[in-house]
Write a protein that binds this ligand. Sequence first.
Ligand code: F6P
Length: 517
Amino acid sequence: MSNSSQKALVPIWAKLTSTPQSSLEVLFDDDQARFDAMSGRIEWASEEGANGILFDWSKTHLDEALLSGFEELADAAGFEEKRAALLSGAAINVTEGRAAQHTAQRGIGAEPAVEEAAALHARMGMLVEAIHAGALGDIKHLIHIGIGGSALGPALAVDALTRDLALVDVHVVSNIDGVALEAAFAACDPQTTMVAVASKTFTTIETMTNAASALKWLGEGGVDDPVGRVVALTASPEKAVEWGVDETRVLPFNESVGGRYSIWSSIGFPVAIAAGWDEFTAMLAGARAVDEHFRDNDGRANLPLRAAFADQFYSRLRGCQTRAVFAYDERLSLFPDYLQQLEMESNGKRVSVDGEELDGPSAAITWGGVGTDAQHAVFQLLHQGMHEVPVDFIASIAPGDALDPAHHNILLTNCFAQGAALMAGGNMSDSGDDPAREFPGDRPSATMLCDDLDAATLGALIAFHEHRTFANAVLLGINPFDQFGVELGKKMANDIDAGGQAFDPSTMALLEKAGLG
Ligand code: F6P
């Protein structure tokens, strides 16, 4: 991402900092149509007609002056140029000299990348179909081995989309802790299990160690040709072949698709295996609808950009160090985990694209959970703690269950009540003046209300957050597509493994206590 000097943005940030801020109560009192002005829908066609997501940012403190200020910031930061660069396949990941072509997987982007993605998807679709038809034998289980971006997306999507029916029982294993792999072994029969080894680089130690153990388990379970049961999902196909996977079962993707943006590529293989090919392509179509919205709208009308305005407002102007995400939908239990990698690995940076040290936090810490569980655990702090935490709520109008509608009604009313309570505040004591029962209110939230949490909606939700993350990076002037911060710890682990080196006294003592010194 080439960058106009961050210095040019300083006066705009200064103006934003001194822009008067109103309470949520005043904002709603002053503008009866605030909900309409501060919410918007992204829609796409579905079998039932239009399907979509309503993005309601009215319970945030953004007002006309702040929105205009952030629009000025986006212009000065080169938002439109950088978005064009992203979608044209320019090498915006400057530190690694690479493009970031995840949208091409959804059909939006530079033609060669879009064409290549379509061809690779076609190949993947054929393999998925062949496996469903029995080409690898009677496959009932898939152990998907990967970590980070090669696991979080598959785990989220498989969990979200196969609650009713899974064509194949999928177990996503990421941790090197053998306990994780043993749990998958315990749930699978080697005779009817295949293994997906998912690694962009095909070198990650956790994944390669787990993959080797999985082959051993297949062999010990009486499978004659264990590697014949392996499918490799990777941007380094030659390494997968070298490792022993037959070319016909290597599903490549392009190097320009980042790990945490790779669910749309062959890394989505377990989703197609478990939920079916149509569900996988529906997920791509939902993401594409968001890509089109993001490409075709500017300023506040661009909903991911508007969300980034709010993110920057809370993190840079009000000093909120975290943002919480609560899905009022059991199927999205893994969504906060997914977002943590997407947002924190992308925007947890300390220097700008120009290499200048940032003068404030780069991005809020993302955390969250599932409602209503979280209400009975962490919401105390949100309502009465001293931290200001902007909250995102996600819910679906259509229920995911077939039980008494009371379940879903209680779920939704609780979701909306939390946003209302955070904003309104009040005092819960009979006298109305007990400080321990006082709720300060004026606490911000945003709500993403899905018509129905189907595969397209899941794709749209993920793509929305990808673009929100990108928009935040543009406003901050940072490169969201590298992740050098993960390298030092890996190197140290290798150094320890190699032995013979001195580390700090604490680390040396711990190694010795564990019998590794
Ligand atoms: O260590 C971080 C990371 O590189 C992530 O960015 C990535 O998603 C993950 O490791 C897994 O990498 P790979 O897909 O190459 O195994």
